[in-house]
Design a protein around this ligand. Structure first.
Ligand code: ADP
Ligand code: MG
Ligand code: ZN
Length: 612
């Protein structure tokens, strides 16, 4: 609304300026406000011989009197001036003494004189209406845009290329091929190859799906149309399908082109799966997408890219050959890729010389590209807050924890007793982990509360791993129980600080039994059928496909896993009471122990890790 007022203001200012300019041009001789004479007065003056020249411009007469003064008069149109004057009784001789100049007024001045006063108001009114109309269109009210797709030609501000995308090798290769096809279709068609139509990018959120699609646009130099599927089903029923049609038509007209449908799961969910009638709209949109994809000719040079982080809920019809038949999986980055992503996002930031991004990458397993980008940003903010000039290793490490656990809450007042309990609790976790063969090394122990956690122990796997074994899970469980065991052993009491550990341990133990088949007595079998409830898109219903007896057996097994883990933790802590005390004291004093500090404290105790 504000811009509207501003526009009107400027329109008025412009108008005023224009009218000043024209009044200057047209009204130059009005400057000394000449006397206005009637025709009879004029005739009178002529008869007295007081008139030097008369300039006739249309019906206007500019008169120069003999005393150099100026006057104006107006004659009747149709009739010539001489005749008029004669009618007023001026003698011909007197008239002959007056110099008559006839100026032809056919130039722009004439037209401007007529047009500007009539047209200008119209133009101004039209302009104001146009402004209001435009405002209405772009504003909240998009009603004028009905079934048009919000298709955007890629006008991304900065151009992104594959260089800006770390890792994702397979995805890049696939997309390079697509770009190649768009550029040289003949090469493929001559060999009888069918052109890929749809490529589906799948991967967890933040793995760079949108980014790599943008990079493809940057590399290919063909028109790149972008639409988010959620925009298909925005406001009005029945719009989705026509928007889809519109989007495909626009892309085809511009071919060779790439059409990118982001977040396609918003419309591509399995049909007939939701509850109620609310998804009709989505179904129609999806059907339209299918129709459009099928309608491609053999040599239509439009490639449809789509991205989703829920490939599992997509309608199978979308994945059929000839539609989104190529699927590219974007995984969470591994160690090497994480380092590279960090490197990419350190461009334009000043890092302290000799900083080791690999060390940061080591601490961030499971981070997505987006998390890593966020981490670098947090590092920069932290540095600025500390008034430093360059981002240091320390700031980045802190940023890792901030991204994982939330900001430190140093200000939270904790009593001496609370601090002691937390120190023994975290010390318990760390010590159990350190005393078990095959457990992940401890990277950091801290009793500074962060987010909702009272303190934390950071353990990280030595290598990137995709598989985890039962032995590893058992050491994990024991380490999880370390906090609880330590509290119980030291104080003979337990606090609420362990509740999170207990919940995690119980969930893990249950998974071992029901999902991974790691229980001896129940054997290699899974229990419970997890049904995706499509309309919520989350795992919420687990169908019980086993008997009550088996259910009781599962509970018993879960309990046995946990109690075994607890026993192991207690045994370790009992055998290393002095070490536990030393760690706890060090924690109370320093609050945070880095990897070297922690293992330094343990060194004199010569702990020999035991197998579980
Ligand atoms: P999504 O897969 O959810 O579409 P995005 O493509 O939007 O994820 O990624 C979000 C941000 O994360 C990107 O803008 C980029 O800054 C960062 N990012 C993700 N993956 C990478 C990567 N492989 N290389 C560099 N930056 C990445
Ligand atoms: Mg995205
Ligand atoms: Zn704990």
């Amino acid at each position: 609304m504000q811009t509207l007022f501003k526009n009107i203001f400027w329109a008025i200012v412009t108008l005023i300026i224009i009218s000043f300019v024209f009044s200057g041009v047209l009204g130059t001789d009005r400057a000394e406000a000449p006397q206005k004479l009637s025709l009879s007065q004029l005739a009178d003056r002529i008869a007295k011989g007081e008139v030097q020249t008369i300039t006739i411009r249309g019906d206007e007469l500019s008169i120069k009197l003999s005393d150099e003064k100026k006057a104006v008069a107006e004659k009747e149109s149709e009739i010539g001036l001489t005749e008029t004057l004669k009618n007023f009784g001026v003698e011909t001789a007197k008239l002959g003494a007056v110099e008559l100049v006839v100026e032809n007024q056919s130039g722009w001045q004439f037209w401007a004189g007529i047009l500007i006063p009539t047209l200008l108001p119209l133009i101004v009114i039209g302009f104001v209406f146009w402004l209001m109309f435009r405002q209405a269109r772009t504003g909240v009210n998009q009603a004028f845009n009905f079934g048009r797709s919000n298709l955007r030609l890629s006008n991304f501000k900065e151009k992104v290329t594959f260089k800006d995308v770390a890792g994702l090798k397979e995805a890049k290769e696939e997309l390079v091929e697509v770009v190649d096809f768009l550029k040289n279709p003949k090469k493929f068609l001559d060999l009888g190859a069918r052109i890929p139509r749809g490529i589906l990018l799948m991967g967890p959120p933040g793995t760079g799906k949108t980014l790599i699609a943008r990079a493809t646009a940057g590399e290919s130099n063909v028109p790149f149309f972008y639409i988010s599927a959620s925009e298909f089903v925005e406001m009005f029923v029945g719009i989705g399908a026509s928007r889809t049609r519109d989007a495909f038509m626009t892309a085809k007209k511009a071919s060779p082109a790439i059409l990118f449908i982001d977040e396609i799961d918003a419309v591509g969910r399995q049909r007939g799966a939701g509850l109620g009638g609310g998804n009709d709209e989505r179904e129609q949109t999806l059907n339209q997408i299918l129709v459009e994809l099928d309608g491609f000719d053999r040599d239509t040079r439009v490639i449809v890219l789509a991205a989703t982080n829920r490939p599992d809920i997509l309608d199978p019809a979308l994945l059929r050959p000839g539609r989104f038949d190529r699927r590219v999986v974007l995984d969470l980055p591994d160690l090497k890729d994480r380092e590279e992503i960090l490197k990419i996002h350190s461009h334009g930031k000043t890092l302290t010389q000799g900083i080791d991004l690999r060390k940061v990458a080591v601490r961030t397993p499971g981070f997505s590209g987006a998390d890593l980008a966020n981490l670098m940003n947090e590092g920069a903010i932290l540095t600025a807050r500390r008034g430093k000039k360059t981002i240091g290793q320390e700031e980045l490490f802190e940023a890792v924890e901030k991204v994982v656990l939330g900001p430190e809450r140093r200000s939270r007042v904790i009593s001496v007793k609370e601090k002691e309990i937390t120190a023994y609790h975290e010390g318990g976790h760390a010590l159990v982990a350190a005393a078990l063969k095959g457990a992940d090394p401890v990277h950091k122990v801290s009793i500074i509360s962060r987010g909702i956690a009272g303190g934390y122990t950071m353990k990280l796997p030595v290598e990137e791993e995709r598989l985890r074994t039962k032995k590893q899970f058992l050491t994990d469980l024991a380490a999880m129980m370390g906090g609880y065991a330590s509290e119980k052993l030291t104080f003979g009491d337990v606090s609420t600080g362990a509740s999170n550990d207990l919940r995690e341990a119980s969930e893990l133990a249950r998974k071992l039994v029901t999902k991974y088949g790691m229980s001896e007595s129940l054997g290699p079998m899974t229990f419970g059928k997890t049904e995706e409830l499509i309309f919520l898109g989350r795992e919420i219903a687990t169908e019980k496909n086993y008997s009550e007896k088996v259910a009781a057996e599962i509970d018993r097994e879960v309990r046995s896993f946990i109690s075994h883990a607890y026993d192991v933790a207690v045994r370790i802590l009992k055998n290393n009471k002095a070490a536990l005390k030393k760690v706890a004291v060090a924690l109370i004093e320093k609050e945070t122990l880095e990897q070297e500090d922690f293992y330094g404290v343990l060194k004199p105790f010569k702990i020999r890790p035991i197998a579980i």
